[in-house]
Design a protein around this ligand. Structure first.
Ligand SMILES: [Zn+2]
Length: 71
């Protein structure tokens, strides 16, 4: 199984879209649980890490890549 790589600030796509119709979530907190925020309606949800990984489809935009060279 390939390991999913994600980090704080990434925009991710989940297998199921949010009820508002948007399928882009931003990772705004990482820990035992992961808090993701819908980029459409700004609603945030806290999900256990294992559940998040099982529902994650792919990382759309990585926060690290966009900040490359600005260190
Ligand atoms: Zn939403």
């Amino acid at each position: 199984m390939e390991k999913k790589v994600y980090q704080l600030g990434d925009i991710v796509q989940m297998k199921k879209p949010h009820p508002c119709g948007t399928n882009e979530m931003e990772i705004i907190r990482m820990g035992m649980d992961i808090r993701i925020k819908c980029t459409g309606c700004k609603h945030s949800v806290l999900v256990p890490r294992a559940k998040f990984e099982s529902k994650l489809k792919k990382v759309l935009r990585s926060a690290a890549q966009s900040e490359e060279g600005s260190n």
